[in-house]
Write a protein that binds this ligand. Sequence first.
Ligand SMILES: [Fe+2]
Length: 179
Amino acid sequence: MSGATHATLNDLPESTRGQVIDLLNQRLADAIDLELQAKQAHWNVKGPQFIALHKLFDEIHAAADEYVDLLAERIVQLGGVAEGVTAIVAERSELPQYPINISSGEEHVWALSNALASFGERIRRAIDETDELGDTDATDICTEISRGVDKWLWFVEAHADGATAATATPGPRQTANAR
Ligand SMILES: [Fe+2]
């Protein structure tokens, strides 16, 4: 990541902009990964809760797409390059890898809850980090995203009646925070 590379009349100091750009590019990779994971769940979920989960997962995909745009456009406003290509995202995302060989609603609820919780933790941390760096507009964006992610985690976890965190019934690959 290369910080601020384009000239701008934006009055935030270049060092602030550079650090915020790098930080937001990290979260951008996570957000793109989250967006793809939600679509993966939307396509592949099966079982008695199919239609509810199929629709919910697509709503989460659409919301994540908005988060991606908010993060990417803030990066460019600050004079940076939004790094959203798949090779960089695959290398940089800190979300757990989404399990491929799952199909039941319970498994997808577990897997997407994991992704949302992981992203939620990181974007919440970015609220404080951007605030400390002095970019309160980035803080506002991160806060907006954090509020949305907490809501989606609630929506997904409610299908498991709160069981995702409390029971030891993970999907086939327990990869939380593994990369
Ligand atoms: Fe669809």
